[in-house]
Design a protein around this ligand. Sequence first.
Ligand code: SF4
Length: 417
Amino acid sequence: MAQLDVRQKLEILADAAKYDASCASSGTAKRNSKDGKGIGSTEGMGICHAYAPDGRCISLLKILLTNSCIFDCHYCINRKSSNVRRARFTAQEVVNLTLSFYRRNYIEGLFLSSGIIRSPDYTMEQIVEVARSLREDHQFRGYIHLKTIPDADPELVRLAGLHADRVSINVELPTAGGLKRLAPEKDGARIEGAMRDMKRAIIDTGDARQRYRSAPRFAPAGQSTQMIVGADAATDGDIVARASTLYDRFGLRRVYYSAFSPIPDASTVLPLQRPPLMREHRLYQSDWLMRFYGFQPQEVVAATDATTGMLPLDIDPKLAWALKFRDRFPVDVNRAPREMLWRIPGLGTKAVARILSARRWRRLRLDDIARLTVSVAKVRPFIVTDDWRPVLLADRGDISALVAPKAATRQLELFAA
Ligand code: SF4
């Protein structure tokens, strides 16, 4: 490997980390000021944003320890057979970078992942050493998110959890068949075993801290994972079902979805095109429905197209569900339980909380609902108020045209109000 200075390594290893979706601000137009005109960049890698357990948005230095790897996962630009420039930080270099960026107020924490070098244990030791040194040698109190290596010794993973705020391990693909085909050296059972161990350690240390405040913390911000979307034949229905199982079994805080991006010199087993970014967005929306809107996974799956198993791209999954189950509407906002109010397209959880609070004192009219939502026209077909009753949805042939969002307002649709 050619001798590189820290700046060159940073360029390579920050760029190589961009494929991890655990914190992402992707999807915007490409702009930069490298030509000396203007300031700012939407392309630069290295600093990303994540949400702390208390809801704050924080900036993280997001890098790989190395982009060399002894594995050959087909979808990965850092795989053994890939023809990319390689670089490797020492643990001390990552510590120094983190501290100097922190002191300059560029970042509030570190997101560290890595390719596998020599062995999973050796790599994990290096990752743990970065976190240990930051915490113990430098009393670093900022946020640390560590990606753990699937086959590493559980003791090393435990040490990672003692120093990190969040730990994560990628399940990579939604189905066992997909993993076997595209990442043959990875073992789904071992990945799940590591997630199970982490869940147990998080629960045990949480219990211990209830009794003894001096008990050590273990990954207080929990664990997360990531799935690649569109690299294999898994449908949205498969992905939603898999995400739900992961939340249930391993108590994950988040499942991240990363639309597969074609890579240079790609293997022939990969698709030539990336899936539409909107697909990734729809999956995040369906995830949101399960975590905050009381939807069961089978309800989200029911919103997919029966033939393709895919969520519609032109409307959000909540609206897709409502249009499939028209007989559940209209919903009387003055009487319906919270769970049914959550199912009304265009009403967010905050709007529902306000409806529940307001209706204790008076009966709600259409104007009241209009003040709680971006577009009452979109909500109107689905609700009954004191002064409004729509034509039954089942009787309306024009309903899709009426409620489908225009392009510019699509991002607002689920989280409106
Ligand atoms: S183990 Fe990780 S870094 Fe290595 S090829 Fe597979 S996905 Fe890429």
